[in-house]
Write a protein that binds this ligand. Structure first.
Ligand code: NOJ
Ligand code: NOJ
Length: 577
């Protein structure tokens, strides 16, 4: 594989830094208060754009048509409040406490609201979104989404940790822990079940979901120990270890192409902002450039960042003419067709934030390491760079970090260029014209601006315990070695004496042999059915065949295809083709 290499003369490097950082400085200065106000306007009951929302409820966007986002998503709300809680606990804004308490109460109510995913005790915590009056949303949707409880626990735990440090453990025990515990119990019981991804489209295992669940359980254990809730510790630790194992699975990290596959299903390249968002939302400044938790400056996360960013260079018109090692506009994933598939502000901010987080760590540890895995990333900034560790006193460290700062600022400059004059941040901007599109005033866009700006300023969230974790030598359930019970149902009308069989790309499916193909049962005719144990996290191809008087008829091409989930069971409902 060949990588583009940039040759920057000293003069051009200096002028780029100067030009970009001064305009980016002014974008940060003007956009910060707008983003903060935009975010607060979308929180009930008194936010200017959230009329009808109950106290502490975050409206995803005030947009009511094309798209209708006047709902509250557990994911968006939790990410938004994590940013608010960090501002409060770091002393940047001490006025936010009332809002934080209202958020906790609102989420406690939503936890108890029975919804299409279930009740509080039967899976209801996996429900992705609710009406803003806290009633259940009952329309069709991609559910469950199992990242919500983890992100909510992380937000509330960060508040709890601050309260404990400030002498208010009793409030934590009485008001926060019950909410946190429900979410952590949900993760413990369900982490190895399939989930819709954060984009609400793919039902499989998802890197983001696995990583944020792992984080939540780890910090849950630490909090439980601090406040004497020790009965949960061993159960949570066992599942956190399993999650850390699963995070390493080859269905996620793709060593030959140097990127993280976002979902085990979905049939896409797997290059996805999912993975960059994971790095920034599981950043632990105490964990250095640790690879097992994919820290922002880990070699895997940096390699992944490059592959992800590069996947947008040629597909968005507004990126044309931009050199191969400069910032470009990026979106959710290159195959995206939602609103035609465009750059998202929050994805562009996330790339910048991962780079700023990396700079924080390199500066703190006084060195950076280039490995064979991260070499393609670093080669963008220095064509001659070689594998090694460079101390902060070397000119290599200095020129790399300043080029990476410029690269990061380039992503902010990209969003700045497509931010309208009033500073409002929608969900997306058009890939050809740059005009803002989809939901206006997306609360998550504002939060992503604030956290990227904070990281640029050197701020990082408190540590969550990622430091020094080791992957257990033996991984149990869901770590890639297990099997999944897959039920194949096919609707097929047959004549008397004719039977339906199944064969496919796995030994358990007879490796495509029509002779030894598995016979299906017609107990529910015309539905023919069989349940087969197949390897977890595996791409499977298969076809049904008919046998009649010794003659074999195959289904027409192409092969049917799916990916088995991490564990549990899975059902396919097909029609004979
Ligand atoms: C709405 C979801 O929120 C969005 O993420 C998805 O892309 C579209 N539905 C299309 O499935
Ligand atoms: C669509 C996004 O894909 C999803 O992640 C988000 O939760 C909702 N919009 C609401 O903002």
């Amino acid at each position: 594989m060949k990588f583009f290499k940039s040759v920057l003369t000293c003069a051009s490097l200096v002028s780029t830094i100067f030009a970009q950082s001064s305009s980016v400085d002014s974008y940060v200065a003007t956009e910060s208060p707008i983003a903060k106000a935009g975010l607060l306007a979308n929180i009930g009951p008194s936010g200017a754009k959230s009329s009808g929302a109950k106290a502490g409820v975050v409206v995803a966007s005030p947009s009511t048509t094309n798209p209708d986002y006047l709902f509250t998503w557990v994911r968006d709300s939790s990410l938004v409040f994590k940013a608010i809680i960090d501002q409060y606990t770091s002393g940047q804004d001490t006025s936010l406490r009332g809002l934080i308490d209202e958020f906790v109460s609102a989420e406690a109510t939503l936890q108890q609201t029975t919804n299409p995913s279930g009740s509080v005790t039967s899976g209801g915590l996996g429900e992705p979104k609710f009406n803003i009056d806290e009633s259940a949303f009952t329309g069709a949707w991609g559910r469950p989404q199992r990242d919500g409880p983890a992100l909510r626990a992380t937000a509330i735990i960060s508040y709890a940790n601050w309260l404990v440090s400030n002498g208010n453990s009793s409030w934590v025990t009485s008001h926060l822990w019950p909410v946190i515990q429900l979410d952590l119990d949900y993760i413990t019981n369900n982490w190895n079940q399939s989930t819709f991804d954060l984009w609400e489209e793919v039902n499989s295992s998802s890197f983001w979901t696995t990583a944020v669940q792992h984080r939540a359980l780890r910090e849950g254990v630490a909090l439980a120990n601090k406040i004497g809730q020790t009965s949960v510790v061993s159960g949570y630790t066992t599942q956190a270890d399993n999650l850390l194992c699963f995070l390493q699975a080859c269905s996620y990290w793709n060593p030959s192409q140097g990127y993280i596959t976002a979902n085990t299903g979905g049939g896409r390249s797997g290059k996805d902002a999912n993975t960059v968002l994971t790095s920034i939302h599981t950043f632990d400044p105490a964990a250095g450039c640790d690879t097992v938790t994919f820290q922002p400056c880990s070699d895997k996360a940096l390699s992944n960042l490059k592959v992800y960013v590069d996947s947008f260079r040629s597909i968005y018109g507004i990126n044309s003419g931009i050199s191969a090692s400069s910032a470009v506009a990026v979106g959710r994933y290159p195959e995206d067709v939602y609103y035609n598939g465009n750059p998202w502000y929050l994805a562009v901010f996330a790339v910048a934030e991962q780079l700023y987080d990396s700079l924080i760590v390199w500066n703190a540890q006084g060195s950076l390491s280039v490995t064979s895995t991260s070499l393609p990333f670093f080669s963008q900034f220095s064509s001659g760079i070689t594998v090694g560790t460079y101390s902060s006193s070397t000119s290599t460290f200095q020129s790399l970090t300043s080029a990476i700062k410029t690269f990061a600022d380039g992503f902010l400059a990209m969003n700045a260029k497509y931010t309208p004059a009033n500073g409002g941040l929608s969900e997306q901007y058009d890939k050809s014209s740059g005009t803002p599109t989809s939901a206006v005033d997306l609360t998550w866009s504002y939060a992503s601006a604030l956290t990227a700006f904070a990281a640029r300023g050197g701020f990082s969230s408190p540590s969550w315990g990622a430091s020094g974790l080791t992957v257990p030598a033996v991984c149990s359930a869901g770590s890639g070695g297990g099997t999944v019970a897959v039920t194949f149902n096919v609707d097929a009308t047959t004549t008397f004496g004719e039977n339906i069989y199944l064969t496919g790309s796995d030994p358990a499916l007879q490796d495509w042999s029509p002779d030894t193909a598995l016979a299906l049962s017609a107990a529910d005719y015309p539905i023919w059915s069989i349940t087969v144990n197949l390897p977890a996290n595996t791409d499977i191809q298969y076809k049904y065949i008919r046998k009649f008087n010794g003659a074999i008829t195959w289904e027409s091409d192409p092969n049917n295809e799916f990916t088995t989930p991490a564990s549990g069971s899975y059902t396919l409902n097909d029609s004979w083709r």
